[in-house]
Structure formats: structure tokens, C-alpha cells
Design a binder for this molecule. Structure first.
Ligand code: ATP
Ligand code: MN
Length: 464
């Protein structure tokens, strides 16, 4: 029989019954009696499974012994209306081939309840669970929606380097990239490691942000975005930080802070709405399984405007809050996650955009406000997450920018290429960074960022 393979998803949606079909997938369970066996198959195309019915005349029990939980199978048969409850269609099996056995004694994903912590230890197999299947399909849909949104709005996708020659991006600790032998690297006369003999002839690192290169592209193409891997060697063992994550960074020439906020808000709403429309089954499953408020929370983001206020106003609110915070708040201090979440979850009960932070706690490239104390920064804060976006209007004035760099000890000679945008045809521009995993975390309602990326990297873990 040379039938093409049908996905479970297409079969479940099919109106065309009483025809021969071929399905391939992994057995989720097999049960039944001596007359008939029911084989439940999932192929990843959907959360749902299809049931194949194997009658004992064709399939004596012995012939099905390898059709066990986790085995890969190919099943030929007739797609028919189901006689049983719980599914609309099923396959009346005519032929079953086991493509790959899975020993029930050692297959780690047996029915017994599996915790998310345990699944993290077998991250290579967890995509076969309902939970991770759902998360990965949602992750895909969101990635696709990112490109869709920007393409529809006239943005160009720019690929910024992953290996960077500057260590002045200003966004955190970097991972070094080198091919020098660790045991006996070449040394200068003074005894320091001689990086002029390294692969690139200088020190190089993995990027912590594509923003600076993104700015160059925006000052040529107008509206651009990056979407790529980002690396931070900060030792933050939290449920919201990864050492390797994906970041989306739009940058728009001629945009100022207000337009930057409008873009961030419209973009986030679009992404959440996209997931609600395209991933309804997977979201319903996660809602029922883990978090009964998930769908409500997603809808409220789509339906409500974000609250916009300045950092200074936020600090006033936090200082007069009844709640006890672990970290004290005062004007000039960086806000902790507990403060961000208080504003979003308790005070305003909706997403918040905080603007105009003190210049001391923000990066050198942010545009100085007229008061000389604050910069045109904007952080978007989300329920359950805290900061999901960090962005700003950029300082376009060469003199002010270089003055800030000197104050903050950012080496101007290393960023000479960046300063050229301010030397030649400078203009107002603005952009932001959205952590893709923070977005997926929000949309899926999962509690830990390690559970929304296939192979998480965090301190002391680079397994698989
Ligand atoms: P945080 O204060 O939460 O550590 P940040 O201020 O260092 O974040 P930015 O440099 O502004 O983050 O990066 C832009 C966005 O990238 C953040 O708003 C967040 O969504 C995401 N992000 C930053 N660091 C991480 C990380 N270690 N893991 C996952 N996402 C991250
Ligand atoms: Mn930030």
C-alpha cells in the first residue's frame, strides 16, 4: 500500500470518512480485551490523539506485544466514524507495523505522574508529553507571528552577529569565544594572554544584544527587527533568566518614545491574540492542567490598554504601598521583580509601561531627558513575569552620547563604528528588546522559563 501519510491533526479535522488512511506516530497507550485492542497514537501535529481499533481476528494479542507506550508505529486502515465516546473518528486497523520499539521497562515516560522538574532532567524526551508538545507548538506559532507582524508593517529582518568583537554592549556579562588552548595560551611580554594570536586576532564574545548593530540597519532601512539567540553569563538562577535565550529587537528610525510604546503595545497584543486564535486547543489544555486563570489573563491583555506612567510616579506608588517588600524602594534604585509585579498585579491589574528612569540605572545609549536626570527608557511589565520588554529612545546627539559614554566608562574607541550613525545623518530613533522566552512563558502560563525552550541553558546546566 503506498498511501501518503496523514497527520493526526488532518484526520481529526477530516469530513471525508470511509477511506483508507495511513498514520504514523508514537503510541500513547494500548488497552482493550481479548476481542479488540485500542491503540492511541499521537504524532505531534496536534495535542489530540487518534484511536486505532485492532480486532483480534486480524491482530491476535501476541502480534501487538511491541505496540507499547512510546513505540513508533505505522497504521494502515479505514477512517470511520467512531463507535465509542470521546472521539469523532477512529481508524479500523488493517495493518500495523512497529517502526521502533520502546521497552516498557526502561522508557522514562510511563503513565505515572511526571513532574516538570523530572521532565527537565529528560529534556530530550519531554517534547513527547502533552505539556511540552503544547508549549513547543505555541512557541512555533509565536515565532511565526513575530515575522508576520513585522512583515505586515514594513519592517526588514536583519541578522546581527552572534560572535561580537565588542564587549561594550552594556547588557550584562558575556561568554568569551576563543580557540586559544586553555592550558597554555600565548602570552605577551607582560604576561597577559595574547589575544592577537586568537582566531579573530582579538577578544571576542557571544552577543548579549543585537541592538547596536540593529541601530545601524535602522538608520539605513528605516524599520528593522532582529530575532536571534542572545547569551548572558550572569549567574541569575531564577525562573525568568536563561543563559541562552532568543530576543526580538525592533528599531525604528524617526520614532520617539511615544511611538516606541505604541509599537510595543500593539505588537504584544497582536502576538497574544494570534496565540489565542491559532493555539486554542493547546492553550485550553494548559489552562485546565496548570493555571485556570491563563485564558482570562491572555484575554485581558488583548482587551485592555496598558497603563503608562513614569518611574518617578511608580516609586511614589510603591513607597506608599501597604505591602512589605524584601528590597526597599527609593528614587534612584532599580526596581526588583517584586516591585514590578506589585504594580502590575496588585495596583493596576493590567500590563504597565514604565518610562523615564534615572539615567544611572540605564544604559549609556538612552536619550537624556531635558531635566538631565532621567532617560527616555521604557520597560513593559507583565503579570506573572515582571519585565517582558526593555527599550528606549536612543541618544542621537553625538556630544551628549559621547559625554554619557565617558561618564559610564564605555570605551569610545571600541564603538567608533556605532558613533558613525551620530556623525553622519543622525536622527531620532527608538527600539526595544522583547525576550522571546518571557513571551512564551506568559502565553503558556508555565511557571519556569526553563520549561519554554527545548534545551535550556542555565548555570551548571548545558546538558543535551
Ligand atoms: P532583567 O532585569 O529581567 O534581568 P534586563 O533588564 O537585563 O532584564 P534587557 O537587557 O533590557 O534585560 O533585555 C531585554 C529583554 O530581554 C528583557 O526585557 C527580557 O524580556 C529579556 N531578557 C533579558 N535577560 C534575559 C535572560 N537572562 N533570560 C531570558 N530573557 C531575558
Ligand atoms: Mn531591561
Amino acid at each position: 500500500m503506498s498511501l501518503p501519510r496523514s497527520t493526526v491533526q488532518s484526520l481529526l479535522a477530516s469530513q471525508e470518512l470511509d477511506r483508507d488512511v495511513l498514520v504514523k506516530g508514537w503510541v500513547r497507550s494500548r488497552r482493550g480485551n481479548k476481542y479488540v485492542q485500542f491503540i492511541i497514537v499521537n504524532d505531534g501535529s496536534t495535542l489530540h490523539t487518534i484511536q486505532a481499533v485492532a480486532n483480534a481476528e486480524l491482530f491476535p494479542e501476541e502480534s501487538l506485544k511491541d505496540v507499547a507506550n512510546g513505540a513508533a508505529v505505522a497504521i494502515w486502515g479505514r477512517l470511520v466514524a467512531s463507535q465509542g465516546k470521546g472521539q469523532a473518528v477512529e481508524i479500523q486497523a488493517a495493518e500495523i507495523t512497529v517502526l521502533g520499539k520502546a521497552d516498557p521497562e526502561t522508557y522514562p515516560l510511563q503513565k505515572k505522574a511526571t513532574s516538570l522538574e523530572f521532565l527537565r532532567e529528560i529534556a530530550h524526551l519531554r517534547p513527547r508529553t502533552n505539556t511540552f508538545g503544547a508549549v513547543l507548538r505555541i512557541r512555533h506559532a509565536l515565532a511565526f507571528a513575530v515575522h508576520q507582524y513585522f512583515n505586515d508593517h514594513g519592517f526588514f529582518y536583519v541578522h546581527t552577529p552572534i560572535i561580537t568583537g565588542s564587549d561594550a554592549e552594556g547588557a550584562g556579562q558575556m561568554f568569551r569565544v576563543t580557540t586559544l588552548p586553555p592550558e597554555h595560551p600565548p602570552r605577551t611580554a607582560a604576561g597577559a594572554v595574547d589575544y592577537s594570536q586568537d582566531f579573530f586576532g582579538k577578544q571576542t564574545n557571544l552577543t548579549v544584544s543585537g541592538q547596536l548593530e540593529g541601530e545601524l540597519a535602522a538608520m539605513a532601512l528605516g524599520s528593522i527587527y532582529t530575532f536571534g539567540p542572545t547569551f548572558r553569563a550572569e549567574n541569575s538562577n531564577t525562573a525568568r533568566h536563561l543563559a541562552e535565550f532568543w530576543m526580538i529587537e525592533p528599531e525604528v528610525a524617526f520614532n520617539e518614545l511615544e511611538e516606541n510604546m505604541d509599537l510595543a503595545e500593539d505588537f504584544l497584543r497582536y502576538l497574544v491574540r494570534y496565540a489565542l486564535e491559532r493555539c486554542a486547543d493547546d492553550l485550553q489544555f494548559l489552562n485546565d492542567q496548570y493555571d485556570k486563570d491563563l485564558l482570562g489573563r491572555l484575554r485581558s491583555v488583548v482587551e485592555n490598554d496598558f497603563q503608562r506612567l513614569t518611574y518617578t510616579e511608580a516609586v511614589e506608588i510603591l513607597k506608599s504601598a501597604k505591602q512589605k517588600f524584601e528590597f526597599p524602594v527609593d528614587w534612584g534604585t532599580d526596581l526588583q521583580s517584586e516591585h514590578e509585579r506589585y504594580l502590575v498585579e496588585k495596583h493596576f491589574e493590567k500590563p504597565v509601561i514604565l518610562t523615564n528612569y534615572p539615567k544611572e540605572i540605564k544604559a549609556f545609549y538612552m536619550k537624556l531627558d531635558d531635566d538631565g536626570r532621567t532617560v527616555r527608557a521604557m520597560d513593559v511589565l507583565f503579570p506573572g513575569i515582571g519585565e517582558i520588554i526593555g527599550g528606549s529612545q536612543r541618544e542621537e546627539d553625538y556630544a551628549k552620547l559621547t559625554a554619557r559614554m565617558a561618564e559610564m566608562h564605555v570605551p569610545a574607541d571600541e564603538l567608533d563604528w556605532y558613533l558613525d550613525t551620530r556623525r553622519f545623518g543622525t536622527a531620532p530613533h527608538a527600539g526595544f528588546g522583547l525576550g522571546f522566552e518571557r513571551l512564551v512563558l506568559f502565553v503558556t502560563g508555565m511557571g519556569n522559563i526553563r520549561d519554554v525552550i527545548p534545551f535550556p541553558r542555565y548555570p551548571k546546566n548545558a546538558a543535551f
